[in-house]
Design a protein around this ligand. Sequence first.
Ligand code: FE2
Length: 373
Amino acid sequence: MALTQTSLEAPPFPVLEGTDHVELWVGNARQAAHVYSKAFGFDVVAYSGPETGVRDRVSYVLQQGRVRLVLTAPLSPEGEVARHVALHGDGVRSIALAVDDAEKAYEAAVARGARGVAEPTTATDRDGQLRYASIATFGDTVHTFVERSDYRGAHWPGFRPETMPASGVGVHHIDHTVGNVECGAMDAWVAFYSEVFGFTVFQEFDEHDIATQYSALRSKVTRDPKTMITIPINEPAVGLRASQIQEYIDYYRGSGIQHIALHTDDILETVGQMKANGVQFLTAPDSYYKALAEHRLDGVDEDMEKLKYLNVLLDKEDTGGYLLQIFTKPIGDRPTLFFEIIQRKGGAKGFGKGNFKALFEAIEKDQAARGNL
Ligand code: FE2
């Protein structure tokens, strides 16, 4: 991960333009697509599989606002997708980053210490050319650089457009994607994002910020100051084997993406619809709303009864802004990947530090029910 000292000047950083999509490798893409469409409100916009000439896997592309998810499942027990799913369960394989030059981005990242996974490749069909390349990040997760300025198709060569609109729930863009890494590995991965991409550490938390008996963690929020791509990295605190981060790592069999936070401009509407659609969320205890009403309300213009009814958490920041957030239960069978819905008001920039305790106690209730506490 360290820069080599062979050149006098460090090579330039890869030039990123934003998040292109997030690809999940799953056991059953057709059923996963149904859930993301019916429950999370994503339109199905593209498909690839045997019908489009792809023999070893099927993929569904789902879109809501600027959020694009790709769900891919294997068609046989051989191959990288089947191996990934057998080892990790359903999970995020790639956080794909939009670039204007995939080859340059790849070369820059590798020159700055990243490990290449897929060399720059051009994929072509009648809708044009798409260039891409991938580098490794924590665990089996990768970043794929996607250059699509010469491509007009639905998603990627080999995909056909689909028109299966859903009733959207108001999800707008990805606010952040969080990685869980092994105990002691956080700083090395923070350094990776700094050295390879020029990300800066925007905020950090440690076990003193989080006061439950079991779930201490450390977290550093890394961010690209230009595009605001934000990737917080968590590690379990030393000595707390029952930490929810450790539970994730045990079940995911290593480091990986813990949650994807989706931004909405109206969290009550979004969460109300998702609950009506059957999405299960973590619940905060009544005592959380009692404490909220007593302590943290200056400048907050919210209907507390509605927040309590929907179990939305609120974190007031010193700067005057506040954020509203809620977390789904894990989306698969293993207690690994979940989603966050987040709304920021008054310029709130944080990640819900004031909610960590309530959130972790909610997770611990479920952990205890799984016999993992
Ligand atoms: Fe988050």
